[in-house]
Ligand binder design. Structure first.
Ligand SMILES: Nc1ncnc2c1ncn2[C@@H]1O[C@H](COP(=O)(O)OP(=O)(O)OP(=O)(O)O)[C@@H](O)[C@H]1O
Length: 644
């Protein structure tokens, strides 16, 4: 039920009267703030007010506010608290509330928000709290921030009531409402808008709740580089974002969140802004190559990177070697990976080094003579790049590493987090280590070997990143509903998962499932029928189109589907352009673009191939399918198209 303007005025008036009656001596600002917050209790929020509110300032917050938008400790003060005072307030709030349980999870300390309301808002703070003016209070109730449902709100409030000695619970009702029943919150207490929004984002409760194991990783102190691994959907990124918040509150230096994929940091930036709006400008979210370009530009180093031209140079070089290397393996991409990922990606500097190198993860065994042939291809490619004045992506990493080796960062980061690290090259890892520098809590690497979609072949120790005793493994899958998880497990053919450092990791098979239900469907038919089948599924989707993605292995496989969807009037957005914004469009893209993301529904388009593929390619494809399937939360459709 939405309150009419009249009812809203009445609620406001009741709130003002109640505040006047309960706290007669309050000054103008606290009175107005309290009345404004109190009015929201008519819409399902819970309010606890300090007994001595308005008198001498005490250690704790003036008000605790709990609702669909999260848990807030609110202080009303003309002056902004300094760092020590803010820390004391936060400690008090965390001491009282964190650890309140909800099923398998508990209220996270980093999920409690400190808000200071003063005469002026928007003032820059020390990152411990959000500073708002009275007129900015509606920000706390914004629709896109709602992520707890009424049961969760009720459950936290009930537990909070027992822990908040010295606080009084106040509420007002909308006109014509029955008194609130004790126990479960009446659904009518939430406006329709709020119910809808909270239900649309049921998975976002990670903003407030964490599994105790996740929580432990958020706050643990590491006296060197640390690593979080674990199967898909176990909250590795969620933990990394909470940890960034935790670390940012303890420092005044900037922090960096980076991945290999270009758009992923932007999506996670949006999540972080919701988790920690007061720290939004302290953490830089950017992909590794963009960071490197920015850094080189800052140092006045000009680079010329052009993907199309780089590919052309490789193809030109390949021509001269096709005959001999093609006899070993006809696909030029195999050799391009060898140059990109093995020779350049691992920083091999001489033929002698290459001859000695164990090419872990590559299917073809190469003897010394064959390696010499590959080396010749690499050299031709390098020469062509040089002649054209071009740099490829590996060159950028090398240039940045050299530059940083000569002169460190002007403003070092307090912490660097790298996500999806399984797809970063070894040289990229080394660079990350240099960017982060040495010291406790400075470098956190997050990834899952089972989701590697590019050939890697390294171990963290190869990059000089020792993580002994600082490797965390998460095991509870929170993303995929049980049926989707079960389907995805069929791609978990790996006998052994690497934990990124040569030890045995946890496979998807072993993940515990946190969400029941879910739906999966399969389709198989001729290629020509695929677009129509897809359109039909999209029309009958059980979830909103804007929360759905179509995923394939290669972009060219998606063109016909995209055309058919557009012709059917379905708005479509390529994943390359997706930044986490809610837009009502169907997302479409390759598995490389989809990794790290999730959608309520995922439609995977697979093209059955009959060509012979080697073990390495088969394993890679299995991992890609695993990534595609585990992007789906509630619904997964798997379409296999067969060529005639
Ligand atoms: N504590 C939690 N409470 C509720 N939901 C959670 C929690 N942790 C994770 N999730 C849900 O699981 C989803 C996956 O989390 P996240 O992206 O962090 O996993 P991941 O391990 O990084 O996954 P992947 O490796 O597949 O990219 C989140 O979007 C969120 O919906």
């Amino acid at each position: 039920m939405n309150l009419s303007a009249h009812a809203r005025r009445q609620v406001q008036q009741r709130a003002t009267e109640l505040v006047g009656g309960e706290f007669p001596g309050l000054g103008a600002l606290p009175r107005q703030v309290l009345a404004a917050l109190l009015a929201h209790t008519a819409a399902g929020w819970r309010l606890f007010v300090r007994e001595g509110f308005g008198g001498a300032r005490e250690a704790g917050a003036d008000v605790f506010l709990i609702g669909p938008g999260g848990v807030f400790a609110v202080v009303v003060d003309e002056r902004l608290p300094d760092l020590d005072a803010a820390r004391a307030l936060m400690r008090h709030a965390q001491h009282r509330l964190s650890g309140i349980g909800y099923g398998l999870r508990t209220l996270a300390g980093s999920g409690i928000h400190l808000v200071v309301v003063g005469p002026n808002g928007g003032r820059s703070t020390n990152g411990m709290y959000l500073s708002l003016a009275l007129t900015e209070l509606p920000r706390l109730f914004r629709r896109d921030a709602l992520h707890l449902d009424r049961r969760q709100v009720e459950s936290i409030s009930e537990a909070a009531a027992g822990r908040l000695a010295g606080y009084r619970r106040l509420s007002v009702r909308a006109p014509g409402r029955e008194p609130e029943p004790t126990g479960l919150l009446d659904v009518r207490e939430l406006t329709e808008d709020q119910v809808a929004a909270a239900q649309q984002r049921p998975f976002d409760s990670w903003l407030t709740f964490l599994h105790p194991h996740q929580q432990a990783v958020v706050t643990r102190r590491y006296n060197g580089p640390a690593r979080i691994s674990g199967p898909a959907g176990t909250g590795k990124t969620v933990v990394a974002l909470h940890r960034l918040r935790h670390l940012a509150r303890r420092s005044t230096d900037p922090l960096l969140f980076t991945t290999f994929v270009r758009t992923l940091p932007l999506v996670h930036q949006r999540s972080f802004e919701r988790l920690a709006p007061e720290l939004a400008d302290r953490v830089e979210f950017t992909n590794l190559h963009a960071w490197v370009r920015g850094f080189l530009a800052q140092r006045g180093i000009h680079v010329n990177v052009h993907s199309g031209q780089i590919r052309t140079q490789f193809n030109l070089a390949w021509r001269g070697h096709r005959e001999v290397l093609g006899a070993l393996e006809p696909r030029p991409e195999y050799w391009r990976d060898e140059v990109d990922r093995v020779i350049k990606g691992r920083g091999v500097e001489s033929l002698a080094d290459y001859l000695r190198l164990s090419r872990r993860g590559r299917s073809l065994r190469l003897d010394a003579n064959q390696k010499r042939l590959v080396w010749a291809l690499y050299q031709d490619y390098e020469k062509l790049l040089q002649d054209k004045g071009l740099h490829d992506h590996n060159d950028l990493i090398t240039l940045a590493a050299q530059e940083l080796g000569g002169k460190g960062l002007e403003r070092p980061y307090a912490a660097v987090v790298a996500d999806e690290v399984q797809d970063i090259s070894l040289q990229g890892l080394r660079l990350l280590r240099t960017i982060a520098g040495d010291g406790p809590d400075r470098l956190l690497l997050v990834g899952d070997g089972q989701q590697q979609v590019y050939p890697g072949g390294w171990r963290l120790s190869d990059a000089g990143i020792p993580i002994q005793g600082r490797g965390e493994v998460l095991r509870v899958n929170y993303r995929n509903r049980a049926e989707v998880l079960e389907f995805a497990r069929r791609f978990d053919a790996t006998n052994q998962v690497d934990d990124l450092d040569g030890a045995v990791g946890i496979a998807l098979q072993e993940a515990e499932s946190a969400n029941s239900g879910g739906r999966t469907e399969s389709w198989r038919g001729p290629v020509a029928d695929l677009p129509a089948a897809l359109v039909e599924v999209v029309r009958g989707l059980p979830v909103p189109v804007g929360r759905t993605a179509v995923i394939a292995l290669h972009r060219r496989e998606l063109e016909a589907c995209r055309d058919a969807l557009r012709a059917a009037g379905v708005p479509v957005l390529w994943l390359e352009d997706y930044t986490g914004q809610e837009d009502g469009k169907l997302k479409i893209g390759t598995v490389h673009r989809a990794k790290g993301l999730d959608f309520q529904a995922v439609l995977v388009v697979q093209f059955a191939r009959h060509e012979a593929v080697d073990e390495e390619a088969r394993e890679l494809r299995g991992r890609q399918h695993l990534v595609a399937a585990t992007r789906a939360r509630d619904y997964l459709w798997w379409g296999t198209a067969e060529s005639a």
